[in-house]
Structure formats: C-alpha cells, structure tokens
Design a protein around this ligand. Structure first.
Ligand SMILES: Cc1ncc(COP(=O)(O)O)c(C=O)c1O
Length: 367
C-alpha cells in the first residue's frame, strides 16, 4: 500500500492554523520590554502577580485564592500531592482523562469510577455509594466538554454534587480547561461560583485559549488550600515560568484572547460538524453525542466490536485515535475517543473514511 500521510484523531491539541501566532509574537515583544524585571526574574511560586490578579478578577475571588502553574497538569499534580495519600478514596468519572487516572494510581489512591452520562457524572450512583458508606476525599470532575467524552455536566447535577460534597465532606476538584470553548448553547455557572462551603478547588488553563506550548494553568480555591499548594510549588520548582506568564498576561489584557477564543470556537464548530456528518455517512453503526464545545467526541461501536483490532487496522491505513479503554479502569472495548481539534474538515473526511474502512475490515474478518 502506498505511504499515506498520517491523520491523527489522537492528540487533544489545536492545529497551528488556529493559534494566534502573530499576536503572540507581538504580545511577547511588548510584555518582555514592558516588565523585564518581572518576566526575567525567578518570581515566586504564586506566579506572575499581574496574571494572578487578572484571573482573580475574572473568577470573582481574592488574589490569595489563585496560584498559577506550568500548565494545569502541574496544578493537578500539586493538588493531588497535597490531598491524596495512599489508600484515599478518589471519585472520578468513567471514562475520564487518562493522565488523571495515571496520576491517582501512581499515588496509591483507591479510585472509584462513577459512570458518566451525556449530562455528566451519574450523581445518584454517587449518592448511593455515599449512603452505603463511601467516604471520598476528593471527586474529580471535568464539567465542560469532558475529556474524553465531550459531555457537559448539567446545572442540576452541579447543584446536587455541591450538596453531596457538603453533606459528606469531600472536595470537588473542578477540572475545567475547556470552559471557554463553548460553540453552542448557554454557558453554565462553574461549581466554584456556586460553592458556599469551600468545597471546590477549580483548575483551568490557557492551553486551549492561547496555546499549549505556553504551559500556563492555574488553581483557584480556598485560601488555606492555595497557600499549601504554593508551599509545595516553592519546594518543587521555586516558581513557574515568568516569561510565559508575562506573555499570557499581555495576551489577556490586550483583548487578543477574545479574538483567539472566537477563532478556535469557529474552527471547532466546523470540525465537529464535519466529524458528525462523516460518521453518519460512512459509519452509521457509530453512536455518539455531538458535543456543544471542546475538542472531543466519544464514539461507541456496536457491542462486541474490538477496538484493539480496529486500532491496528486503522494505523495500517494511516489513522490514529485513542482507544476508549485508555480512559477507563475496566470495560469500553467497543469505544474510542476522536479529537477533532487538530484536524481540518478535509482531514476529518479522509480520516473517517479510513476509520470506516478499517471497521469493515475488522467486521469482515470476524464474519
Ligand atoms: C481534563 C484535562 N485536565 C488537564 C489537562 C492539562 O492541560 P494543560 O495543558 O493545562 O496542562 C488537560 C489537557 O488535555 C485535560 O484535558
């Protein structure tokens, strides 16, 4: 077979054409010239103070409730280091972000995966487990355009989760890097903004609104939690990258971020539409819920489909994706995650053709 250009439905990353490269270069020039002392010095573990202030204002919290980090992955790692001891019960969604699963397993947490529905985590299944005596320290939830499923937690479920967190005294870790990428429907309030009992620690990121290579993320939460995270951060790396954070600050303050978010959302809507149409056309066996934002679509193939074999078959045809099993502790052999963030509509069409061909190959071999 002739060599084909690889198409990746695997990477949860934007394609370069939707990154505001010129504006970023200009913001870098302005930021580094305007504040060389702040940008080129070590700074401290709280992060670049003007960025901390910008985030605090946006989130309507005190500056002391914010810490900025090298990507939100680093924020997650600090929070887990602070809160999770071996044997602690941590609730996650099933499926959930594979790196979260790996981090928690590495720390020796007892991970309890609660099924994810198309309107978010099954809160009544969680309530039942709590009634039966489950005592988690933490519940990790990705509320908007979830990774990997693309689903969004409904307002009622947000309220119910907060109620449960208060009643059973656990922390909700609201991991929200995709919140700004809603291209359809109405924005829902964060659990952070609804929290009256200091039960929420919130993480977000500039990876999806500015660019991933800048590596800037943050945590917002109760002051004592943030102070404890700052201590861990100091001991870990003295401070995050001030150069990156100075550039992000200029990108935010100049308004370039709003334009960037518009560009990204328009491209994502178009890519989501192309993906849904191609799947309906070429692989009608595939079941999926069209996401209202974000990067990902979760695809379920008929019961009994073997995505391990499909993966190999697709790779031979120059297409990669992530198997659903990577996001689950058990089950999901008939599922996969398609990231449409890094591929053009034409690549999506070609990629889905390859996927459908690979699927027919598996089905024919099994017949
Ligand atoms: C749910 C979730 N949390 C955290 C991250 C990490 O993002 P960052 O680039 O800010 O480290 C990602 C990235 O894909 C993600 O999907």
């Amino acid at each position: 077979m002739a060599e084909q250009k690889l198409i990746s439905f695997a990477r949860g990353a934007p394609s370069l054409d939707i990154i505001a490269t010129d504006e970023l270069a200009q913001c870098a020039e302005r930021a580094l010239r305007a504040d060389p002392a702040g940008a080129f010095g070590y700074g401290t573990a709280v992060g670049y103070p003007p960025l901390r202030e910008w985030i605090a204002e946006r989130q309507s919290v005190q500056v002391e409730q914010v810490v900025t980090t090298n990507g939100s992955m680093q924020a997650d790692a600090f929070l887990f280091e602070l809160m999770v001891d071996p044997g602690d019960v941590v609730v996650v969604e099933a499926p959930t972000y594979d790196r979260t699963l790996l981090s928690l397993q590495k720390l020796g947490a007892q991970v309890l995966a609660i099924p994810l529905e198309s309107d978010g985590i099954d809160v009544e299944a969680l309530a039942a487990a709590l009634e039966e005596g489950l005592r988690p320290k933490l519940a990790h939830v990705i509320p908007n355009f979830q990774n990997p499923a693309g689903y969004t937690l409904s307002l009622d479920k947000r309220r119910r989760l907060l109620e449960l967190a208060e009643q059973y005294d656990f922390v909700i870790f609201e991991d929200d890097p995709y919140v700004e990428l809603r291209f359809e429907g109405e924005r829902l309030p964060t659990m952070l903004s609804m929290d009256r009992a200091d039960k929420v620690v919130y993480a977000s990121s500039f990876s999806k609104t500015v660019c991933p290579g800048i590596r800037v993320g943050y945590l917002v939460g109760p002051e004592p939690v943030i102070a404890a995270v700052v201590k861990i951060a100091t001991e870990t790396y003295i401070s995050p990258s001030m150069v990156s954070q100075a550039i992000v600050t200029e990108f935010c303050r100049s308004g370039a971020i709003e334009q960037s978010v518009e560009t990204v959302k328009n491209a994502l809507r178009e890519r989501r539409d192309a993906l849904a149409a191609a799947l309906k056309r070429e692989l009608p066996e595939a079941k999926f819920v069209e996401p209202d934002g974000g990067y990902f679509m979760w695809v379920e193939l008929p019961e009994g489909s073997d995505v391990d074999v499909l993966f190999e078959n697709a790779r031979d045809r120059g297409l990669v994706f992530v198997k659903g099993t990577d996001f689950l502790i058990e089950g999901g052999q008939n599922t996969l995650r398609i990231a449409y963030s890094g591929v053009t509509p034409a690549e999506i069409d070609e990629g889905v053709s390859r996927l459908a061909e690979a699927y027919r190959g598996v089905a024919d071999a099994a017949a």
